[in-house]
Design a protein around this ligand. Structure first.
Ligand code: MRU
Length: 365
């Protein structure tokens, strides 16, 4: 996607030597800065500190992290340590484990001398696949949006989204926002209600930034406003991303997604999750009880980050000092509240049968 007229992806290899560049998402939307990752430890820190974030992007970053480790030490111990350290960074998004295990399967059988080059090739292939998957999600989602637009006389479709599941969360295009970009490109009028998404404000900071940069009309709302807007008939469809979707169609996503799904059901608003196959955890059936939910530090709740009137990035305290705080990063929306799953293969019912109809056993790995 374009930033100030220049085409960017969220991650790329910078040179023949194999350094990896990412956009520092902790500084957006106020500062656009590219950061170079040279060692696996830097890749792990970038994922943990959310310099890169979003399930597909952290998967691809982990893949490049394995390549960085093998560039330095191509032996078995280095491979195992790299994978363990990368997978431990964030527990909820299954894409991380999926990507790391794919790297292990591909490089482990090779002689150490061949591993690094193969790892870079595989990481690059993963990045390309993610772009292709997101583009396909966009095409399938566009069909849904066209159906919703039918008979509306050119009135914009109002989409509500939570967190950031746009191109910044992937390599390009995004998952939940891919149908929005596809609609915008196709000339179908679309407007997005962007949940602010406290505590880290991925909606207010990142989704607003990327929709604005692309010229898609949007309105930022406080996290608590979505239910009211749905009651007033101002939301036509909710589309969110996912960090892990179980084989039965339960959707783990950014904290607060579940509440939007409840409000959507109460108001007859269709609620879709958009995700590539790397987000499906075929080993899990009961998302509510099985998905590991990341607990993040209390400071994300007690403090807010932003730009001061003087133009500096700073933090302010927003909770009574001494308060006890919880900060679960994700929640699980049960499949029964999900209208459908928009995947690169098409739109599936949120159920075991729905997913199985799109993916045969062989393709699950
Ligand atoms: O904590 P984050 O910012 O990594 O959470 C991101 C989300 O919850 C996204 O909705 C999800 O990863 C899907 S991204 C295409």
């Amino acid at each position: 996607m374009r930033v100030n007229g220049q085409a960017f992806r969220t991650i790329w290899q910078t040179d023949a030597g194999g350094d990896v560049a990412v956009i520092d998402q902790t500084l957006l939307p106020f500062v656009f800065e590219v950061r170079t990752l040279r060692r696996v430890e830097e890749a792990a820190t970038a994922i943990r500190d959310m310099v890169v974030r979003g399930a597909p992007l952290i998967g691809v970053t982990a893949a490049y992290g394995v390549a960085l480790a093998l560039r330095e030490h191509p032996g078995d111990a280095s491979l195992a340590t790299a994978i363990d350290s990368l997978v431990a960074t964030r527990p909820t998004a299954v894409n991380l484990r999926w990507a790391a295990e794919r790297m292990r399967r591909v490089v482990a059988p090779l002689p150490p001398v061949d591993r690094a080059a193969r790892a870079y090739t595989e990481a690059a292939a993963m990045a390309e696949e993610d772009v292709a998957s997101c583009a396909a999600i966009g095409r399938h989602g566009l069909t849904l949006l066209r159906e919703l637009a039918h008979g509306r006389g050119g009135e914009p479709i109002n989409v509500l989204t939570h967190c950031n599941a746009g191109w910044l969360a992937c390599v390009d295009w995004g998952t939940a926002l891919a149908p929005v970009y596809a609609a915008h490109e196709a000339g179908l009028p679309v407007h997005v209600y962007v949940d602010e998404t406290r505590p880290r404000s991925q909606g207010a900071f990142l989704t607003a930034f990327e929709l604005g940069a692309h010229g898609v009309p949007y309105t930022v709302i406080a996290d608590n406003a979505g239910g009211h807007l749905m009651q007033q008939g101002e939301v036509d469809v909710c589309i969110v991303g996912s960090d892990r979707t179980t084989a039965t169609g339960d959707v783990a996503n950014k904290i607060g997604t579940y509440l939007k799904a409840l409000a959507a059901r109460d108001n007859g608003v269709p609620f879709y999750a958009a995700l590539p196959f790397s987000t499906i955890d075929w080993t899990m059936d009961d998302g509510v009880h099985e998905v590991p939910i990341e607990e993040r530090c209390s400071r994300e709740v007690t403090h807010m980050r932003g730009r001061t009137a003087g133009g500096n990035l700073d933090e302010v305290e927003v909770v009574a000092p001494g308060s006890r705080v919880r900060n679960p990063g994700f929640d699980v929306t049960p499949a029964r509240l999900v209208t459908g799953l928009i995947t690169e293969r098409g739109v599936a019912a949120a159920s075991r049968a729905g997913l199985a109809a799109l993916y045969s056993g062989h393709e699950r790995h």
